[in-house]
Design a protein around this ligand. Structure first.
Ligand code: HEM
Ligand SMILES: *[C@@H]1O[C@H](CO)[C@@H](O)[C@H](O)[C@H]1NC(C)=O
Ligand SMILES: *[C@@H]1O[C@H](CO)[C@@H](O)[C@H](O)[C@H]1NC(C)=O
Ligand SMILES: CC(=O)N[C@H]1CO[C@H](CO)[C@@H](O)[C@@H]1O
Length: 399
């Protein structure tokens, strides 16, 4: 049975690779791959547009020779309503407060990027380890309460069965859909970590001032190529960012006392009115090497309390292009908010994809879906590795 289901998932994935899966008003439909108009996009020798199939296959085949692995609908016997509960609850949360969607997507990124999707980001500090939440890049993370609330409902239906790591990836998937992004299939069966990795979170999460070399290196060591990395940044088409994270670009870029020349002057003026100069803003050097210290992340809202919040979806006008596409168009107009965003146009290997996604919404949606599946499966714990927490912020008591 498991084997048949796995085959089905693989077949489905291949179909998605070819057609792109669109979730539209509750119906799954296969959107015919529209003819590409790739004018202006330099397609490399070996066209990356054709290798989706292999990517998707390898995502599923990767751990198939291990005895413990993820399965499609892992909880079908142990907690058949789990996925439906998660979906329903996220829709309710989203209806009440749409900002939960970007919060959960960012939470997923921070969890999976550090030691894999093991819900380690959700842990509070305890006697034996410091919490990842306390690492500077984790400040301003939100959505913990949403995950905890869904988890407690699942505990009342099937106690000790559904892992926090699975709740997080499924919640983030629904959040992407709610925010206007694509649907993607996910296998389940992740286990939760018994420790958190604060130091690694500090060291490994790129800062908003990271250069393209640092960004590609950090994503590269996790198996994400340029195309996948650029596609994941499409998540910055929604949600908010604090002024602190790009203020140096407005007033004192790289200690020059001037704004970042790579920032559109009109946008610079506009942002200055929303983010007035504050002496506490970090003014990190940007010629940094791979060992960008975490302190360059600055501190959020702790200093002065005058740190404004900017909507990353500014200038979105509605429609399918809101999720992703317009973000890439803004990058092409030097209207990236963070230095790290604008760095994607700083090198041909990534700029190529910025241009492709700016002009082809369906290509972006397919790529984003594939990359989110890959991110959601990154270094998961399965079988006897890890545990199923009962409360997401705490590991199970010993014995
Ligand atoms: C070099 C890589 C990245 C850097 C430096 C970065 C940095 C940031 C920063 C500084 C914020 C603003 C936080 C705040 O002020 O509250 C933010 C927000 C956000 N990031 Fe990223 N990010 C990166 C990659 C990603 C990726 C790969 C994803 C998801 C696939 C993602 C999803 C989000 C989302 C959805 C938000 C909005 C959060 C909200 O509104 O609550 N980011 N990011
Ligand atoms: C592709 O786009 C270019 C300019 O963006 C346009 O001139 C050309 O006619 C388009 N081609 C097709 C087949 O739509
Ligand atoms: C800009 O940053 C440099 C280096 O951090 C600092 O020496 C200088 O005083 C700053 N200028 C302003 C106007 O804040
Ligand atoms: C959401 C969350 O737990 N944020 C924490 C990030 O770290 C700061 C300081 O280390 C805490 O005060 C926050 O509660």
């Amino acid at each position: 049975m498991r084997f048949i289901v796995t085959c089905f998932v693989i077949a489905l994935s291949v179909l998605i690779a070819y057609y792109g899966l669109e979730y539209d008003h509750g119906f799954l439909r296969f959107a015919q791959r529209s003819p590409k108009n790739l004018t202006g996009v330099k397609v490399p020798e070996k066209s990356p547009f054709d290798d989706d199939e292999d990517d998707l296959m390898s995502l599923y085949m990767e751990d198939s020779d291990q005895s413990y692995s993820l399965h499609y609908d892992f909880y079908q016997d142990s907690c058949p309503t789990a996925e439906r509960i998660i979906t329903k609850r996220i829709r309710e949360f989203y209806a009440a407060k749409p900002s939960v969607a970007p919060s959960l997507i960012r939470l997923l990124f921070h969890d999976c990027f550090i030691e894999g999707c093991d819900a380690s980001v959700l842990l509070d500090a305890d006697e034996s380890f410091a919490s990842e939440k306390e690492a500077p890049p984790n400040q301003s993370l939100k959505g913990f309460d949403v995950i905890e609330s869904i988890k407690s409902e699942l505990e009342s239906v099937c106690p000790g069965v559904v892992s926090c790591a699975d709740v997080l990836v499924l919640a983030a998937r629904e959040a992407v859909l709610m925010a206007g992004g694509p649907f993607y299939p996910l296998e389940t069966g992740r286990k939760d970590s018994v420790v958190a990795f604060k130091e690694m979170a500090e060291r490994e999460l790129p800062s908003p001032q990271a250069t393209i070399s640092v960004i590609l290196a950090r994503f590269g060591t996790r198996g994400f190529n340029e195309r996948e990395t650029v596609s994941l940044f499409g998540a910055h088409s929604i949600g908010t960012t604090h002024c602190t994270f790009f203020e140096d670009r407005l007033y004192n870029f790289s200690g020059t006392g001037k704004p970042d020349p790579e920032l559109d002057t009109g946008l610079q003026q506009e942002l200055k009115t929303k983010c007035p100069f504050s002496a506490s803003a970090p003014s990190p050097g940007t010629g940094v090497g791979p060992s960008m210290p975490a302190s360059d992340y600055g501190t959020v809202s702790s200093a002065g309390g005058n740190d404004g919040v900017i909507d990353m979806s500014y200038n979105n006008e509605g429609g399918e292009e809101n999720f992703g596409t317009r973000y890439y168009r803004r990058l092409m107009q030097k209207k990236g908010l963070m230095y790290a965003d604008q760095q994607l146009t700083g090198r041909e290997e990534t700029e190529m994809w910025v241009r492709a996604y700016a002009s082809d919404t369906q290509l972006f949606r397919r790529d984003f879906a594939t990359s989110m599946m890959k991110l959601s499966n990154y270094h998961v714990l399965t079988g006897p590795l890890g545990q199923v927490r009962t409360t997401c912020s705490k590991v199970l008591p010993k014995n």
